[in-house]
Design a binder for this molecule. Structure first.
Ligand code: NAP
Length: 248
């Protein structure tokens, strides 16, 4: 099977690390991004330096038309997708729940939940063996927040990641017969821009001592299980959520 991977949120953080590690594993990579074109271009350069093909493609993941067009553009540039990583995600601005705004919560749910649903649906339509596709693998980015709940920070974000776990389980059952494996990775405290974007730039430093391993994780440490789940080495893994949280 050809190895053509789309990573949403591929421009930064865990998604960018997944793009780089996937290139090492022989995947051609479409680097999906929201607004940071220069970061996406740097990831493309890394993938190409590893000897694989790559393209940077902008798409708002919560927009149905944009997602359909994104998959069309990947197909034109690289060929039909056989792997999808849904890494695009936000927390929204951290706050106690009673102060949360509807706009902040809605935007988080739109990107994290609807964005992942739309990308999974489009991947399923194109990869499903019953529809002439080649099969493939999907990895969704959940979070330790799905079971920790994120009290005092971003309850709505935790809820969005609970939805990721549910769709991963359901899709693994519905799409398994189509030759598509669906799994998730649930990172814990990982060093990326997401914490500063939430308005808590010192979050990683402050919380690292609460992790049983005594430290935060790198984007690469979160991305390694993502690319493993995409690989043939994980050929009998379906419907699993792998916690990558240092014991937290
Ligand atoms: P990050 O460094 O903030 O990167 C977020 C990525 O998502 C960027 O590439 C961004 O693209 C893209 N993105 C955001 N909104 C988008 C939209 N509306 N449409 C398309 N792309 C969009 O985040 P990260 O820490 O790598 O997180 C990646 C995933 O892991 C997320 O789903 C997150 O919830 C999950 N996660 C992270 C942690 C952690 O501690 N870091 C822990 C648990 C789970 P642009 O920059 O181009 O806009």
């Amino acid at each position: 099977m050809s190895k053509i991977l789309l990573v949403t949120g591929g421009s930064r953080g865990i998604g960018a690390a997944a793009c780089r590690l996937a290139a090492r594993d022989g995947w051609d990579v479409a680097v999906g991004y929201g607004s940071d074109a220069s970061a996406a271009k740097q990831v493309v350069a890394s993938v190409e330096a590893a000897g694989r093909r790559a393209v940077a493609l902008q798409a708002e993941v919560s927009d149905e038309k944009a997602v359909i067009a994104l998959f069309d553009r990947v197909e034109e540039a690289l060929g039909p997708v056989t792997g999808l990583v849904n890494s695009a995600g936000i927390t929204g601005r951290a706050s106690p729940f009673i102060e949360a705004s509807v706009e902040e919560m809605q935007r988080t749910l739109d990107i994290n939940v609807m964005g992942s649903l739309l990308c999974c649906r489009e991947a399923a339509r194109r990869m499903g063996k019953g529809r002439g596709g080649a099969g493939g693998a999907i990895v969704n980015l959940s979070s330790g927040a799905a079971t920790l709940g994120s009290p005092g920070e971003f309850i709505w974000y935790a809820a969005s990641k609970g939805a990721i776990d549910s769709m991963t389980i359901g899709l693994s059952k519905e799409l398994g017969p189509e030759g598509i494996r669906v799994n998730a990775v649930a990172p814990g405290l990982i060093e990326t821009d997401i914490h500063a974007s939430a308005g808590i730039p010192d979050r990683v430093e402050r919380m690292a001592p609460t992790v049983p391993l005594g430290r935060s994780g790198s984007a690469e440490e979160a991305a390694e299980p993502v690319v493993w789940l995409l690989s043939e080495a994980a050929s009998y893994i379906n419907g699993t959520v792998i916690r990558v949280g240092g014991g937290r």
